[in-house]
Design a protein around this ligand. Sequence first.
Ligand SMILES: [Zn+2]
Length: 430
Amino acid sequence: MFFPLKNSSQSGQGSIEAWFPRGLVCDGQDVLSAPVTSEGLSPLRIHWKKGRVSNIEILESSKTISLKLLLPRLIEPHAHIDKGFTWEKFPNLSGTYEGALKLNYQEHKLRTPEIVRSRAEKALRIGLKNGLRSVRTHIDSFGLRGSQSWDVLNDLKIQWQNFIELQCVALVPLEYWSTGEGYLLATKVASQEGFLGGVLVPPFDKQSSYRNLFNLIETANKIGCGIDLHIDESSQYPAAGITQLMKVLEHINCQVPITCSHSSSMALLPPRKLKYFADQMARHNISVVALPLTNGWLLGRQERKTPVIRPLAPVRQLQQSGVSVAIGGDNVQDPWFPLGNLDPIALMSDSIPLTQLAPWERLGLSAYTSSAAALMGLEWDGTIKTNAPAEFVVLNARTWSEALSSPPSRQHIINGNWFDENLNAFKLNS
Ligand SMILES: [Zn+2]
């Protein structure tokens, strides 16, 4: 079992002088006159007591020379930690979606609760060290092995709750939610505050997909359980899944939050149609998780050709229509994606050229912070003001460019207490 060392003398009290993104400071009055760099950073002195921010001050410019970049602890809104680190045994060398699915199936047959626990613990440990405070993971939950994995992850959710808030999404074939067993699973998921998941990727039968989506939403309404779908992770049939979902939502009033993960092929729609769907999604309060890394690797493949069409959720167009969009890392070193390390800073860095969104823009940063928190329904949106949680990651870098050019070492402030990169409590600053 791994947990950071906790020193009994930890007081949850301290202060730090650092560069902090101006867009994430809510107490406008306190920092109204703070200088802002071209990358949107302000030099601040932040104090906290009993794990909560107590005061925010502007730092004099003479004290900014050696300041580091401070961020709120970060969020992974879409992961699969039940299958992480399986690439070595199940390498999908062709990099195709079909290849990944086939190997996922083979690997799934060999899962045991012990194997799943060890992978998931490794992922949580790495994520914590990299600066994550919250992770939403999809869990292959179909059948006996699926049910065992679900129980393991929900057990870890309780064990890790002081360090990482884990959200679990039960990933099963969409039609399963229309069955008696599916309903039983849904009630179990609801009782553990999880989410109902599924995959809607074309080609599919429109009528049965409509019916399955309708039944899923009806069940979700009845048991009060949010939904997170893998939808339109495809280079073909633009927005085929979203089209069915919108049709269903014209006939049933959904009372729970819906997240559309991927929504990649939507980007291939003509601009007016894209805007129409984005507006509809905003109207139905649907959130989107864009997953640039797995989309960039799996989609748009053509044999012996470099892809020129790169389907990825149209983040900016969705934001312009008022849809909340988060950016996630998705798979980590498994058949679906050979890379990744649950590192939110590396994710930002790798996503910049794919999304052309940068953290020095308000909407670029929100996709990793406040929008991700809103989509996950987290208590804290990641902005700082008096009484906000003292939960920070301190990067060994002075600017965004420096932080994103190579993964920097980092320190953590969790519940107001300092931890070093290895999560050993190392400093009291009271
Ligand atoms: Zn996924």
